[in-house]
Design a protein around this ligand. Structure first.
Ligand code: FPP
Length: 260
């Protein structure tokens, strides 16, 4: 091997370490939510079938999960399949399910070793039975882990999540005719109950939309959008987003430092 590629590899590793060293561990976002977008466009750019983009996207998931856990995030939420994604061709849906299964089979051991707990956001009981079995195994195996929570949103819709929360509140308060629904009650009936709200929402591929993802929970999230397509997103982009987040001043509707 010539010395040039080795130098390039070293430079990339150094650049990553350099970014990592700049991150203030005391002010990490507790929870990052990611809308993984652009797999199809990544593939089209290369005259490849859309599914090649999803396959590369699954590799990115590996890198992002590993980096997030290593950095010490409390939670990472990934939008893998929305309730609206059923409108896609059956072959694409089937391959996405197959990729999910492959991901679990390949990564479960390492995820468990890294003390990560897998949770699913969304009605995954409507997914094909064969993939549900793998999902349930992943939930069971990692259920007692105490490290980062990895939320995978599958057949997910934030509006359905809110409707489910209201339904669940009504069900558990059937005797109370004067029930007053509070914000705290709603938060406690969401799929993300017990977790801090995302403080950083990342979207790849340059689209400026929130696409029915965690609508209640992202009320005060900082939003970071990159033009990079999801298959090209790396640990470096993730760290760049975190560094940007750390430069911002979060005001929650109040005044900033210096009263302005
Ligand atoms: C959006 O790109 C991406 C998806 C709908 C699927 C995301 C799936 C993966 C990253 C792979 C499998 C997931 C896991 C958790 C292993 P798009 O197809 O909408 O892209 P486009 O807007 O360019 O067409």
């Amino acid at each position: 091997m010539s010395s040039l590629p080795m130098t390039a590899v070293r430079t990339a590793v150094e650049a990553k370490e350099d970014l990592r060293a700049q991150i203030d561990a005391a002010r990490l976002p507790k929870h990052i939510a990611i809308i993984m977008d652009g797999n199809g466009r990544w593939a089209r750019q290369r005259f490849l079938p859309r599914i090649a983009g999803h396959r590369m996207g699954a590799r990115t998931v590996h890198e992002v999960v590993e980096t997030s856990a290593r950095l010490g995030l409390q939670a990472l939420s990934l939008y893998a399949f929305s309730a609206e994604n059923w409108k896609r061709p059956k072959t694409e849906i089937d391959t996405l399910m197959e990729l999910l299964r492959e991901y679990i089979k390949k990564e479960l051991e390492e995820i468990h070793r890294n003390n990560i707990r897998i949770q699913i956001l969304g009605h995954y009981e409507l997914l094909p039975a064969w993939v549900q079995e793998d999902i349930e195994q992943a939930i069971r195996v990692t259920g007692k882990n105490t490290g980062m929570v990895l939320n995978v949103a599958l057949n997910y819709s934030a509006r359905t999540e809110l409707a489910d929360a209201f339904q669940s509140i009504l069900k558990s308060n059937q005797q109370n005719r004067n029930l007053e629904i509070t914000e705290q009650m709603i938060a406690e009936h969401l799929y993300t109950k017990g977790l801090p709200d995302p403080d950083l929402l990342i979207r790849t591929s340059g689209e400026m939309r929130v696409s029915n993802f965690l609508l209640w929970q992202i009320a005060y999230a900082e939003i970071w959008v990159t033009d990079t397509y999801w298959p090209d997103f790396t640990a470096r982009h993730l760290m760049q987003a975190i560094l940007d987040f750390q430069k911002r001043e979060r005001r929650y509707g109040g005044l900033g430092r210096g009263g302005v």
